[in-house]
Design a protein around this ligand. Sequence first.
Ligand SMILES: Cc1ncc(COP(=O)(O)O)c(C=O)c1O
Length: 439
Amino acid sequence: MTGFLKPAFIVLSTLICKCYLPWGRERPPSCEVSGVVGTIGEINRVSPMTRARKPRYASRLDHMTSFKVVDFLEAAIALEAQGRDIIRMEAGQPAFETAPAIVEAATRALKEEKTQYTPSLGVTELRAAIADFYRQRYGLDVPSHRVVVTTGSSAAIGIASDLLINPGDGLQLTDPGYPCNANFVRRAGGEPQLIPVFAENAYQLTAQAVGQHWRDNTIGVMAASPSNPTGEMIEWGNLCAIHDVVTQKNGTLIVDELYHGLVYDQREKTILEYSDDVIVINSFSKYFGMTGWRLGWMVVPEAALEAIGIMTQNFYISPPSIAQYAALGAFRPDTIALMEERRTEFKRRRDFLVPSLRDLGFVIPHMPAGAFYVYASIENIAEDCEAFCWDMLERAGVAFTPGTDFGHNLARQHVRFSYTQDMDRLALAVERLHKALAV
Ligand SMILES: Cc1ncc(COP(=O)(O)O)c(C=O)c1O
C-alpha cells in the first residue's frame, strides 16, 4: 500500500466501521466479522453496556482464546460475499469432493434409516474397519475394542484431556502447535505447559526437552506428527525416546496422528508400533477429507476403555450415525486409491509452493514432511504477522493465518499457508503476493 493510502485506510476503517478490537488490532473495514472477540475474559470486560445485556461466563474460560484462523475464514467469506475473489489458504481442509464410495455409503445408510443413536464407542463395523486399516497400512494388530470412534478428533482430544488431567496438572505441548489443545487442557482445569520448539529440531519436541521441562505437576505430553502448523514430523527414534521419558516419569504420551496418510517422502509409523501404553488420536477429516462429517477416532489402552465409555455416553451419547456408516466407504480400495492420488497431488503442490514462497522472501528452513501446511517466517518482509495477514487479505485477496494463532514462540514473525487449493489457484496466489509485496 502506498504511503498515502495506508494511513487513509486505517483512519477510515477506525472511523467508519469501528471494528477496533480490545487488544488493539485493526481490521480492514471489509473484513468485519461477527461474534468472537478474543478470550471469554475479554468478552466479560468488553463494556458496561454489553455486561448489562450478558450473563457473566465462568472464569474457567478466562484464558481461552479465539481460533484466529476462523477470524480469517469469516473475513474471507465476507469479502467473497461482496464479490471479491479470495484465494483461501487459511483453513486446514482439503478442497476435494467427498469420495463417491463415502457418499454411496451415506446414502444407503439414510435409505436404511440408520439414523438412531449408536453404541457410544462407535458402531462395531467401523471399529473393526479402523482396526483392519492399521493391519493393512502399518502391518499392526490393533484389537478393534481399543478403537473408540469420536465426533471428530476434537472430541477425542477433549476426552483424553478429561481422562488424564486433574485441576492444576500440567500437560506439555509444543509452541507452535495446534491451538485448541491448550484450550482443552484449560477446560479440564489443567495447565498447558508450552515448550518452545525451533526449526533446527523440525519444530518438534525432543526427549531431552521433555525431560528438562518436566515439572512436579506434569502428567504427560501431547505431540503431533506431522504437526499443525509446521507439517513437520518427529523422527521415529526421538518419538520412541520421548515415550520412554514420559513412561519413566509415570506420565502418559498422547500422539496426534491426524495427518498420517499425508506424508510425502517417507513411510510414517504409528507410535502403536512401539507401545500400547499411549493414546493415539486420529480423524477422518484430513487424509479422507471428511471435515464436516465430524468423525475421528482414538486408540487407547485397555484400562482406559471403561472411563472413556462413561464420558462418551454422558458427553454426546454417540458419534453421528450417518457419518459412521459413511466412513465405512472410506476404507474401500477405490477410496484408498483416490486418497493416494490426492496425496500425490498434495506433494506436487508442496513442491511448487515452498520454493515459490522462498523466492518471494519467506524463510522456510526445510521442506515440510507432511500435512498441507507451510509455516513460513516473514522476518525479511514484515514485522507483525497479524497486520501482514490482514493487509495481504485486503490488498492481494489471499487469505492465510498469522503465527500468533499457534502460540507465542517467535509467533509474530510467522504465518501459515495451507495448500488445499489447486495448482492454478496456488500459482495465482503467488502471483498476487508477488505484486502486493512489490508495492
Ligand atoms: C493437529 C490437529 N489436531 C486435531 C484437529 C481437529 O480436527 P477434527 O476435529 O476435524 O478431527 C486439527 C484440525 O485442524 C488439527 O490440525
